[in-house]
Write a protein that binds this ligand. Structure first.
Ligand code: UD1
Length: 417
């Protein structure tokens, strides 16, 4: 059984380079299917969700290889149209391959997607986007079959700015004849990164980062070369670890512009933050203070993925905070584990009231990716020893999280007993 052994209660100090963004790399890997030939992706993180995406590409007939941080995907012999069930079940973002497969060959099949247990996570918006572009979508005994005789550009308005549905619509629209306009598109930085890669393929896409994305489809595409942006949630994780344990840290890879609500919240807890062109620096002298209230929202709101991370900081701090989760209906599962550490947190529906109090080490179970990272942060800030069980959840989104914390002087080891 694998676990992280953490001895907390000691300030962190050091410098860490932030790896590439998982949530950019996943749709970009799916997008490589749009062009015939070999695309090259730099700064592609080496973590299990990316491994799953590479396995999907290989199962579809692509030749895939990794050279350090660079991944090369050759789609020349890709003839597959179905995402294997087992890979679909491992990760929800597998659904992103459907848009690219439709654009590539007019056909795509998959079972319903898996992923972190964060409550109901339907894909109706993805399906509606495919239908609007002229796809027939059938549910055959739990399998999703998508077929089109030719995608047609259209105007669509998403009822909610879903990140994945926006990406899938962009991917499919690249293969549609004519112009597609996506209204109420998600504005996350990862969508801009996808647009950047699509342009490197020669695609005519504009508007990412705003609520209206315009794609002129049917343009001939060629393989591309692109560098994936630094992971903003990983940056937030490192910053929150320093905020919880005290000390100072310097995190390379971005200027923190994509993280402003998190930086703002951390400053309110008493941290000092400095943004520089290629890095974010943080200093935390005392215990994190409560900050009144925080509400998650679509970008540029407070990111739901950073919600458990901030909660871990506040739980071990002092003072009161109310956190309201508006994106997922079940994203407080980590609270039970924090309570084992002595945390004072009351949850009602999608709101958590946190009263900061010193935490003590405990045996904790990582239930999902960001929840697991949050427990690790809490353990670094707590007095005594903790064991974080099931770190495979954490490995889905972090390249060896324990190594980054070791570089900051954190007493954390991956054990197997
Ligand atoms: C992406 C991120 C995830 C992040 C989330 C919100 C990836 C690989 N994952 O997930 O880390 O937490 O954005 O920032 O990029 N919804 C529907 N129907 C749909 C699609 C979504 O009702 O067809 C709902 C979801 O259940 C959820 C909300 O919309 O309540 C947001 O989901 P969405 O933005 O689509 O998140 P993901 O793309 O799954």
């Amino acid at each position: 059984m694998e676990f992280f052994a953490v001895k907390g209660g000691r300030p962190l100090e050091g410098t860490v380079a932030v790896h590439g963004a998982k949530n950019s790399a996943l749709p970009i890997l799916a997008a490589t299917l749009l062009a015939r030939g070999e695309s090259v992706l730099h700064n592609c993180p080496d973590l299990t969700d990316i491994q799953t995406a590479l396995e999907i590409l290989a199962a579809l007939g692509c030749r895939v290889r990794r050279e350090g941080r660079t991944v090369l995907v050759d789609t020349t012999d890709c003839t597959g149209t179905a995402v294997p069930d087992e890979l679909m079940g491992r990760m929800r973002a597998s659904v992103l391959f459907l848009g690219s497969l439709l654009a590539r060959g007019g056909e795509a099949a998959a079972s319903w997607p898996g992923g972190c247990a964060l409550g109901a996570r339907p894909i109706d918006l993805h399906i509606r986007a495919f239908q609007a572009l002229g796809t027939e979508v059938l549910d055959r005994e739990g399998r999703l079959l998508c077929r089109t005789r030719g995608l047609r550009g259209c105007r669509m308005a998403l009822p909610f700015p879903s990140v994945g549905a926006t990406e899938n619509a962009m991917l499919a629209a690249c293969g549609a004849a004519g112009v597609t306009i996506i209204h109420n598109a998600a504005r996350e930085p990862e969508i801009q990164d996808l647009q950047g890669f699509l342009r490197s393929l020669g695609a005519d896409v504009r508007g990412a980062g705003t609520g209206e994305i315009v794609i002129r489809g049917g343009v001939p595409l060629h393989p591309g070369e692109y560098t994936i942006m630094a992971d903003r949630i990983v940056t937030a994780t490192y910053l929150c670890a320093v905020a919880a344990a005290g000390g100072e840290g310097e995190f390379f890879g971005s200027d923190g512009a994509a993280l402003l609500p998190v930086l703002d919240a951390l400053e309110q807890t008493g941290c000092r933050i400095r943004r520089e062109p290629d890095r974010v620096r943080i200093w935390q002298a005392g215990k994190a203070a409560g900050i009144g209230s925080v509400t998650t929202g679509p970008y540029p709101g407070f990111p739901t993925d950073a919600q458990p991370l901030l909660a871990a900081v506040l739980a071990g701090g002092r003072g009161e905070t109310r956190i309201t989760e508006t994106i997922f209906d079940s994203r407080f599962r980590y609270v039970e584990s924090l309570r084992t550490m002595g945390a004072r947190i009351r949850v009602e529906g999608t709101t958590a009231w946190i009263t900061g109090t010193p935490l003590r080490g405990a045996d904790l179970e990582a239930d999902d990716l960001r929840g697991g990272a949050a427990l690790t942060i809490a353990a670094l800030g707590a007095e005594g020893e903790s064991r974080i069980l099931s770190p495979f959840h954490i490995d889905r989104g972090y390249e060896r999280l324990e190594k980054a914390f070791q570089a900051l002087g954190g007493r954390i080891r991956r054990m197997n007993e």
